[in-house]
Design a protein around this ligand. Structure first.
Ligand code: TXA
Ligand code: MG
Length: 335
Protein backbone atom coordinates (compact mmCIF):
# COMPACT_ATOMS: atom_id res chain seq x y z
CA UNK A 1 0.00 0.00 0.00
CA UNK A 2 1.16 3.49 -0.78
CA UNK A 3 0.78 5.85 2.17
CA UNK A 4 0.88 9.53 1.31
CA UNK A 5 0.98 11.97 4.18
CA UNK A 6 -1.17 15.00 3.51
CA UNK A 7 -1.80 18.23 5.38
CA UNK A 8 -5.23 17.79 7.03
CA UNK A 9 -6.18 21.42 6.39
CA UNK A 10 -4.64 21.88 2.92
CA UNK A 11 -3.89 18.57 1.17
CA UNK A 12 -1.47 18.51 -1.77
CA UNK A 13 -3.57 18.62 -4.97
CA UNK A 14 -1.23 16.08 -6.64
CA UNK A 15 -2.00 13.51 -3.92
CA UNK A 16 -5.73 14.16 -4.28
CA UNK A 17 -5.48 13.75 -8.08
CA UNK A 18 -3.65 10.45 -7.68
CA UNK A 19 -6.30 9.15 -5.26
CA UNK A 20 -9.10 10.25 -7.59
CA UNK A 21 -7.45 8.42 -10.48
CA UNK A 22 -7.31 5.17 -8.53
CA UNK A 23 -10.98 5.52 -7.57
CA UNK A 24 -12.03 6.23 -11.20
CA UNK A 25 -10.19 3.04 -12.24
CA UNK A 26 -12.22 0.96 -9.77
CA UNK A 27 -9.60 0.89 -7.00
CA UNK A 28 -9.88 1.46 -3.25
CA UNK A 29 -8.50 4.46 -1.35
CA UNK A 30 -8.50 4.91 2.42
CA UNK A 31 -9.06 8.54 3.36
CA UNK A 32 -9.69 10.58 6.52
CA UNK A 33 -13.07 11.99 7.49
CA UNK A 34 -13.79 14.06 10.60
CA UNK A 35 -15.12 10.90 12.34
CA UNK A 36 -12.91 7.93 11.37
CA UNK A 37 -10.96 6.84 8.27
CA UNK A 38 -13.11 5.50 5.43
CA UNK A 39 -12.34 2.84 2.83
CA UNK A 40 -13.62 4.44 -0.36
CA UNK A 41 -14.74 3.14 -3.74
CA UNK A 42 -16.77 4.60 -6.61
CA UNK A 43 -20.34 4.07 -5.35
CA UNK A 44 -21.62 3.71 -8.92
CA UNK A 45 -19.22 0.83 -9.74
CA UNK A 46 -20.66 -2.44 -8.39
CA UNK A 47 -17.40 -4.36 -8.85
CA UNK A 48 -15.40 -1.75 -6.92
CA UNK A 49 -17.98 -1.78 -4.13
CA UNK A 50 -17.78 -5.60 -3.92
CA UNK A 51 -14.03 -5.23 -3.31
CA UNK A 52 -14.79 -3.18 -0.19
CA UNK A 53 -16.74 -6.10 1.24
CA UNK A 54 -13.95 -8.56 0.35
CA UNK A 55 -11.18 -6.42 1.81
CA UNK A 56 -13.05 -5.81 5.07
CA UNK A 57 -14.46 -9.34 5.37
CA UNK A 58 -17.80 -7.58 5.75
CA UNK A 59 -21.08 -9.49 5.39
CA UNK A 60 -22.95 -8.45 2.24
CA UNK A 61 -26.10 -7.58 4.20
CA UNK A 62 -24.42 -4.53 5.75
CA UNK A 63 -25.18 -1.42 3.66
CA UNK A 64 -22.52 1.23 3.04
CA UNK A 65 -22.64 4.99 3.51
CA UNK A 66 -22.29 7.09 0.35
CA UNK A 67 -20.20 10.25 0.68
CA UNK A 68 -20.89 13.34 -1.44
CA UNK A 69 -19.50 16.91 -1.46
CA UNK A 70 -22.77 18.76 -0.77
CA UNK A 71 -26.51 18.47 -0.24
CA UNK A 72 -27.37 18.89 -3.95
CA UNK A 73 -25.30 15.79 -4.78
CA UNK A 74 -27.05 13.92 -1.97
CA UNK A 75 -30.53 14.88 -3.13
CA UNK A 76 -29.56 13.82 -6.68
CA UNK A 77 -29.15 10.20 -5.45
CA UNK A 78 -32.49 10.13 -3.63
CA UNK A 79 -35.96 9.31 -4.88
CA UNK A 80 -37.26 12.00 -2.55
CA UNK A 81 -35.55 14.54 -0.33
CA UNK A 82 -37.85 15.13 2.63
CA UNK A 83 -38.16 18.39 4.54
CA UNK A 84 -36.39 16.81 7.55
CA UNK A 85 -33.43 16.06 5.27
CA UNK A 86 -33.34 19.68 4.14
CA UNK A 87 -33.39 20.97 7.70
CA UNK A 88 -30.84 18.46 9.04
CA UNK A 89 -28.51 19.01 6.08
CA UNK A 90 -28.72 22.78 6.40
CA UNK A 91 -27.83 22.58 10.08
CA UNK A 92 -25.30 19.73 10.27
CA UNK A 93 -23.65 19.25 6.84
CA UNK A 94 -20.80 19.07 6.21
CA UNK A 95 -20.63 17.02 9.39
CA UNK A 96 -20.92 13.73 11.26
CA UNK A 97 -24.51 12.90 10.28
CA UNK A 98 -25.72 10.22 7.85
CA UNK A 99 -29.24 10.47 6.42
CA UNK A 100 -31.03 7.34 5.20
CA UNK A 101 -33.41 8.12 2.33
CA UNK A 102 -35.07 6.22 -0.52
CA UNK A 103 -32.52 5.60 -3.25
CA UNK A 104 -32.57 5.96 -7.01
CA UNK A 105 -31.75 2.98 -9.25
CA UNK A 106 -28.36 4.55 -10.07
CA UNK A 107 -27.07 3.31 -6.69
CA UNK A 108 -26.14 -0.36 -7.14
CA UNK A 109 -27.71 -2.95 -4.84
CA UNK A 110 -24.23 -3.80 -3.55
CA UNK A 111 -24.06 -0.40 -1.83
CA UNK A 112 -27.41 -0.67 -0.10
CA UNK A 113 -27.24 -4.44 0.53
CA UNK A 114 -30.41 -4.85 -1.49
CA UNK A 115 -32.40 -2.31 0.55
CA UNK A 116 -34.42 0.32 -1.30
CA UNK A 117 -32.76 3.00 0.82
CA UNK A 118 -29.31 4.56 1.00
CA UNK A 119 -27.31 6.27 3.76
CA UNK A 120 -25.66 9.49 2.58
CA UNK A 121 -23.42 12.04 4.23
CA UNK A 122 -21.26 15.10 3.50
CA UNK A 123 -18.08 14.71 5.56
CA UNK A 124 -16.52 17.79 7.18
CA UNK A 125 -12.85 16.89 6.59
CA UNK A 126 -10.95 19.05 4.06
CA UNK A 127 -9.18 15.97 2.64
CA UNK A 128 -12.44 14.06 2.14
CA UNK A 129 -14.10 17.10 0.56
CA UNK A 130 -11.15 17.79 -1.75
CA UNK A 131 -11.21 14.15 -2.87
CA UNK A 132 -14.99 14.15 -3.46
CA UNK A 133 -14.77 17.31 -5.55
CA UNK A 134 -11.78 16.08 -7.56
CA UNK A 135 -13.16 12.59 -8.29
CA UNK A 136 -16.64 13.95 -9.06
CA UNK A 137 -18.26 10.62 -8.11
CA UNK A 138 -20.17 9.56 -4.99
CA UNK A 139 -17.87 7.43 -2.78
CA UNK A 140 -19.14 4.43 -0.85
CA UNK A 141 -17.01 4.22 2.28
CA UNK A 142 -17.36 2.16 5.44
CA UNK A 143 -14.87 2.61 8.24
CA UNK A 144 -11.45 1.37 7.04
CA UNK A 145 -11.10 -1.57 9.43
CA UNK A 146 -11.62 -5.33 9.25
CA UNK A 147 -15.28 -6.18 9.96
CA UNK A 148 -16.40 -5.84 13.60
CA UNK A 149 -13.00 -4.63 14.80
CA UNK A 150 -12.17 -1.16 16.08
CA UNK A 151 -12.59 1.73 13.63
CA UNK A 152 -9.37 3.53 12.60
CA UNK A 153 -8.75 7.08 13.80
CA UNK A 154 -5.15 7.29 12.50
CA UNK A 155 -3.36 6.29 9.32
CA UNK A 156 -1.35 3.78 11.36
CA UNK A 157 -4.58 2.04 12.42
CA UNK A 158 -5.60 1.68 8.75
CA UNK A 159 -2.20 0.30 7.83
CA UNK A 160 -2.23 -2.21 10.70
CA UNK A 161 -5.74 -3.43 9.85
CA UNK A 162 -5.98 -3.39 6.05
CA UNK A 163 -2.56 -2.20 4.84
CA UNK A 164 -1.64 -4.89 2.34
CA UNK A 165 -5.12 -4.91 0.74
CA UNK A 166 -5.61 -1.24 -0.17
CA UNK A 167 -3.88 0.64 -3.00
CA UNK A 168 -3.53 4.03 -1.36
CA UNK A 169 -3.92 5.65 2.04
CA UNK A 170 -4.20 9.40 2.39
CA UNK A 171 -2.79 9.86 5.90
CA UNK A 172 -3.78 13.16 7.50
CA UNK A 173 -3.06 12.14 11.10
CA UNK A 174 -5.68 11.65 13.84
CA UNK A 175 -9.33 12.29 12.97
CA UNK A 176 -10.88 15.12 15.02
CA UNK A 177 -14.12 13.47 16.24
CA UNK A 178 -13.14 9.85 16.72
CA UNK A 179 -16.48 7.99 16.65
CA UNK A 180 -18.65 7.27 13.61
CA UNK A 181 -21.41 9.56 12.34
CA UNK A 182 -24.92 9.58 13.76
CA UNK A 183 -27.29 7.72 11.41
CA UNK A 184 -30.87 8.96 11.06
CA UNK A 185 -33.44 7.05 9.02
CA UNK A 186 -35.88 9.38 7.25
CA UNK A 187 -37.84 6.72 5.35
CA UNK A 188 -40.49 5.96 7.99
CA UNK A 189 -43.36 7.87 9.57
CA UNK A 190 -40.97 9.84 11.73
CA UNK A 191 -37.15 10.06 11.90
CA UNK A 192 -35.35 7.24 13.74
CA UNK A 193 -31.85 7.37 15.23
CA UNK A 194 -30.20 4.15 14.04
CA UNK A 195 -26.76 4.95 15.45
CA UNK A 196 -25.90 7.73 17.91
CA UNK A 197 -22.85 9.85 17.08
CA UNK A 198 -21.15 12.96 18.38
CA UNK A 199 -24.07 15.32 17.71
CA UNK A 200 -26.38 14.97 20.73
CA UNK A 201 -29.64 13.21 19.78
CA UNK A 202 -31.56 16.03 21.44
CA UNK A 203 -30.11 18.55 18.96
CA UNK A 204 -30.99 16.29 16.04
CA UNK A 205 -34.53 15.94 17.40
CA UNK A 206 -34.93 19.72 17.69
CA UNK A 207 -34.02 20.23 14.04
CA UNK A 208 -35.82 17.16 12.67
CA UNK A 209 -38.97 17.94 14.68
CA UNK A 210 -39.01 14.46 16.24
CA UNK A 211 -36.59 11.56 16.65
CA UNK A 212 -37.24 8.02 17.76
CA UNK A 213 -34.33 6.82 19.92
CA UNK A 214 -35.55 3.31 20.56
CA UNK A 215 -33.40 1.28 18.21
CA UNK A 216 -34.15 -2.44 18.24
CA UNK A 217 -30.97 -4.54 18.32
CA UNK A 218 -31.40 -7.47 16.00
CA UNK A 219 -29.84 -10.91 16.23
CA UNK A 220 -26.33 -11.23 14.73
CA UNK A 221 -27.32 -13.58 11.93
CA UNK A 222 -30.31 -11.68 10.55
CA UNK A 223 -30.24 -9.11 7.77
CA UNK A 224 -30.47 -5.71 9.37
CA UNK A 225 -30.92 -2.06 8.72
CA UNK A 226 -27.66 -1.00 10.24
CA UNK A 227 -24.40 -2.86 10.83
CA UNK A 228 -23.64 -0.37 13.60
CA UNK A 229 -26.59 -1.99 15.35
CA UNK A 230 -24.74 -5.29 15.72
CA UNK A 231 -24.71 -5.88 19.43
CA UNK A 232 -21.02 -6.76 19.55
CA UNK A 233 -19.16 -4.33 17.32
CA UNK A 234 -16.24 -1.94 17.57
CA UNK A 235 -14.65 -4.55 19.81
CA UNK A 236 -11.04 -5.17 20.82
CA UNK A 237 -9.63 -8.72 20.88
CA UNK A 238 -9.45 -9.02 24.67
CA UNK A 239 -12.49 -9.66 26.88
CA UNK A 240 -14.12 -6.38 27.84
CA UNK A 241 -15.81 -5.76 31.17
CA UNK A 242 -17.65 -2.53 31.96
CA UNK A 243 -17.79 -1.40 35.57
CA UNK A 244 -19.40 1.55 37.33
CA UNK A 245 -17.75 3.82 39.84
CA UNK A 246 -19.62 2.03 42.64
CA UNK A 247 -18.04 -1.29 41.55
CA UNK A 248 -14.43 -0.10 41.66
CA UNK A 249 -13.52 -2.33 44.62
CA UNK A 250 -15.07 -5.37 42.93
CA UNK A 251 -13.28 -4.57 39.66
CA UNK A 252 -10.03 -4.38 41.59
CA UNK A 253 -10.59 -7.90 42.93
CA UNK A 254 -11.28 -9.12 39.35
CA UNK A 255 -8.01 -7.59 38.20
CA UNK A 256 -6.02 -9.32 40.93
CA UNK A 257 -7.65 -12.67 40.15
CA UNK A 258 -6.98 -12.32 36.40
CA UNK A 259 -3.36 -11.27 36.92
CA UNK A 260 -2.83 -14.14 39.36
CA UNK A 261 -3.76 -16.42 36.44
CA UNK A 262 -1.15 -14.73 34.27
CA UNK A 263 -3.53 -12.57 32.23
CA UNK A 264 -2.55 -9.13 31.01
CA UNK A 265 -5.07 -6.56 32.17
CA UNK A 266 -5.68 -3.13 30.65
CA UNK A 267 -8.25 -0.48 31.48
CA UNK A 268 -9.90 2.73 30.34
CA UNK A 269 -10.34 4.72 33.55
CA UNK A 270 -11.84 8.04 34.58
CA UNK A 271 -9.74 8.23 37.76
CA UNK A 272 -6.56 6.43 38.89
CA UNK A 273 -7.04 2.86 40.08
CA UNK A 274 -5.62 1.46 43.34
CA UNK A 275 -4.96 -2.05 42.04
CA UNK A 276 -1.93 -2.50 39.80
CA UNK A 277 -2.72 -2.96 36.09
CA UNK A 278 -0.55 -3.95 33.14
CA UNK A 279 -1.85 -1.11 31.01
CA UNK A 280 -4.08 1.53 32.62
CA UNK A 281 -5.19 4.42 30.40
CA UNK A 282 -6.60 7.49 32.07
CA UNK A 283 -9.34 8.88 29.80
CA UNK A 284 -10.65 12.48 29.66
CA UNK A 285 -13.77 13.38 31.67
CA UNK A 286 -15.06 15.47 28.77
CA UNK A 287 -17.24 13.58 26.23
CA UNK A 288 -15.76 15.23 23.12
CA UNK A 289 -12.17 14.55 24.18
CA UNK A 290 -13.07 11.03 25.31
CA UNK A 291 -14.60 10.18 21.89
CA UNK A 292 -11.51 11.51 20.11
CA UNK A 293 -9.23 9.19 22.12
CA UNK A 294 -11.46 6.12 22.54
CA UNK A 295 -10.52 4.00 19.51
CA UNK A 296 -6.81 4.85 19.75
CA UNK A 297 -6.91 3.69 23.39
CA UNK A 298 -8.61 0.40 22.42
CA UNK A 299 -6.13 -0.11 19.55
CA UNK A 300 -3.31 0.38 22.10
CA UNK A 301 -4.73 -2.26 24.46
CA UNK A 302 -5.03 -4.66 21.50
CA UNK A 303 -1.42 -4.01 20.56
CA UNK A 304 -0.44 -4.58 24.22
CA UNK A 305 -2.22 -7.95 23.93
CA UNK A 306 -4.44 -7.40 26.93
CA UNK A 307 -6.54 -10.48 27.75
CA UNK A 308 -8.93 -8.48 29.91
CA UNK A 309 -9.97 -4.86 29.41
CA UNK A 310 -11.86 -3.06 32.15
CA UNK A 311 -13.80 0.01 31.08
CA UNK A 312 -15.18 2.47 33.59
CA UNK A 313 -18.76 3.46 32.70
CA UNK A 314 -19.23 7.05 31.58
CA UNK A 315 -21.98 9.46 32.56
CA UNK A 316 -25.63 8.85 31.57
CA UNK A 317 -26.03 12.44 30.30
CA UNK A 318 -26.96 13.18 26.63
CA UNK A 319 -23.55 14.34 25.40
CA UNK A 320 -22.12 10.89 26.29
CA UNK A 321 -24.72 8.87 24.31
CA UNK A 322 -22.46 8.13 21.32
CA UNK A 323 -19.56 7.02 23.55
CA UNK A 324 -21.87 4.93 25.78
CA UNK A 325 -23.21 3.17 22.70
CA UNK A 326 -19.68 2.22 21.50
CA UNK A 327 -18.63 1.08 25.00
CA UNK A 328 -21.66 -1.15 25.42
CA UNK A 329 -21.00 -2.75 22.01
CA UNK A 330 -17.32 -3.28 22.82
CA UNK A 331 -18.43 -4.94 26.05
CA UNK A 332 -21.20 -7.13 24.60
CA UNK A 333 -20.78 -10.90 24.96
CA UNK A 334 -19.24 -12.75 22.03
CA UNK A 335 -21.91 -14.88 20.40
O1 TXA B 1 -18.59 8.25 10.33
C1 TXA B 1 -18.96 7.38 9.55
O2 TXA B 1 -20.14 7.17 9.29
C2 TXA B 1 -17.87 6.55 8.86
C3 TXA B 1 -17.08 7.46 7.92
C4 TXA B 1 -16.06 6.70 7.10
O3 TXA B 1 -17.99 8.16 7.10
N1 TXA B 1 -18.44 5.44 8.16
C5 TXA B 1 -18.97 4.35 8.80
O4 TXA B 1 -19.41 3.35 7.94
O5 TXA B 1 -19.04 4.26 10.00
P1 TXA B 1 -19.74 1.89 8.44
O6 TXA B 1 -19.91 1.10 7.20
O7 TXA B 1 -18.72 1.42 9.38
O8 TXA B 1 -21.15 2.01 9.12
C6 TXA B 1 -22.28 2.05 8.26
C7 TXA B 1 -23.51 2.52 8.96
C8 TXA B 1 -24.35 1.43 9.52
O9 TXA B 1 -24.18 1.24 10.87
C9 TXA B 1 -25.77 1.90 9.24
O10 TXA B 1 -26.26 2.49 10.42
C10 TXA B 1 -25.67 2.89 8.19
O11 TXA B 1 -24.32 3.12 7.97
N2 TXA B 1 -26.36 2.60 6.93
C11 TXA B 1 -25.85 2.67 5.68
N3 TXA B 1 -26.79 2.48 4.76
C12 TXA B 1 -27.95 2.28 5.41
C13 TXA B 1 -29.28 2.03 5.00
N4 TXA B 1 -29.64 1.97 3.72
N5 TXA B 1 -30.21 1.85 5.96
C14 TXA B 1 -29.86 1.93 7.26
N6 TXA B 1 -28.61 2.18 7.70
C15 TXA B 1 -27.67 2.35 6.81
MG1 MG C 1 -17.63 0.34 10.68
Amino acid sequence: MRRIRVDPAAPDPAAIREAAGILRDGGLVAFPTETVYGLGANALDAAAVRRIFDVKGRPRYNPLIVHVPDEAHAAALAREWPSEARRLAAKFWPGPLTLVVRKLETIPDEVSAGLSTVGIRVPAHPVALALLREVDLPLAAPSANPFASISPTTGAHVEAGLGHRVELLLDAGPTPIGIESAVVDLTGHSPVLLRPGSIPAERLAEVAGALDLNVVHEAEDEPRLAPGMLRRHYAPKGAVRLFSEADRALAGADVEAARAEGQRVGALLLAPFDTELDHPILMPRDAVAYARQLYAALHTLDREQCDLILIEQVSETPEWRGVRDRLSRAGAERT
